[in-house]
Design a protein around this ligand. Structure first.
Ligand code: ZN
Ligand code: ZN
Length: 294
């Protein structure tokens, strides 16, 4: 198992390099910097810290205790299937679920609160898709990985599926000018998912697919006009800080108001700005450092 983790980590890091290179070479939106607004929040908080703790919580505190209590995996319902068939089965079934749940999140005011974080980046690239409220990840990854364990799948399905999620997620959000032609009817890519992140009224209820675009075409939610959007993100203000982004789902708060009200928050806010200013000086020299927001 340790060996497969080395392999999947290696492939993941290699893919990051390839996507960054392709974004520079064939950009979907021109002039988008690597260290865009929100880059550090997405990388440090969402990609490294949040995903690490959620993985432990989902597996060790939800899935494995339920499995132990119900002896579910002992039925070995899919154990005899060949590994590629198991991977394909869980890939398609979960992708079908995620299409409908994602669609529901856009139609329900309550569920939208768990999904708006994912739409809050104003510049969409390989890393932007990692920004998802922890509640959204908790729901979706429990639904994704619980059946794999409960049905007694090969233990390798988990790391293989996690790798596919990560690489496919980077691909559909990447700022790469992909023209996949008829393939876009089946395999989802940036052509349709960049539009899903656009701040346009007509795409708020469109392009819900994640891996397989076929769901959008089958269920009448596909939007692929042949042009590109120019504005992305939410139509309303959204906090820049990880913790406030989480709080925002429960209560509509304003960063500036909070800073004016509470000394402790003011101190936290100021130190955060200082760190970001330092990072910006390192990564984007010459860029004005006054209006640090990410
Ligand atoms: Zn969405
Ligand atoms: Zn997305």
């Amino acid at each position: 198992m340790q060996t497969i983790v080395y392999y999947t980590t290696g492939i993941l890091l290699l893919s990051v390099g390839v996507f960054i290179w392709l974004e520079r070479k064939f950009p979907y939106t021109r002039g988008l910097p690597l260290f865009r607004d929100g880059f550090w929040v997405d990388l440090v908080w969402y990609t490294l810290i949040q995903s690490y703790f959620l993985k432990i919580f989902i597996f060790d505190y939800i899935i494995l205790p339920v499995d132990k209590a119900g002896h579910l995996s002992s039925f070995h319902l899919v154990t005899s299937w060949p590994l590629p068939v198991q991977v394909l089965f869980f890939l398609v079934v979960h992708d079908f679920y995620i299409y409908w749940f994602h669609r529901w999140q856009h139609h329900s005011k309550v569920l939208w609160r768990t999904h708006e974080a994912h739409h809050s980046n104003k510049e969409i690239d390989w890393l932007a898709g990692t920004r998802s409220h922890s509640l959204e990840i908790l729901i979706n990854q429990t639904v994704e990985f619980a059946p794999i364990i409960f049905l007694g799948a090969n233990p390798l399905v988990v790391p293989i599926k996690a790798l596919l999620d990560a690489v496919w997620g980077m691909y559909i959000h990447s700022n790469i000018d992909v023209r996949s032609g008829k393939l876009q009817y089946f395999i989802n890519g940036p052509e349709m998912h960049q539009w899903h992140h656009a701040n346009y009224r007509e795409v708020f209820y469109a392009n819900f697919s994640t891996k397989f675009a076929i769901w959008d075409w089958l269920f009448g939610t596909a939007y692929l006009p042949g042009t590109k959007p120019v504005v992305f993100g939410l139509y309303y203000d959204y906090p820049k800080d990880y913790f406030l982004q989480h709080l925002f789902a429960l209560k509509r708060i304003n960063e500036k108001e909070l800073a004016g009200k509470y000394r402790l928050f003011r101190a936290y806010h100021a130190s955060r700005q200082k760190v970001l200013r330092g990072l910006r000086a390192l990564t984007r020299p010459g860029f004005p450092g006054k209006d640090i927001e990410n």
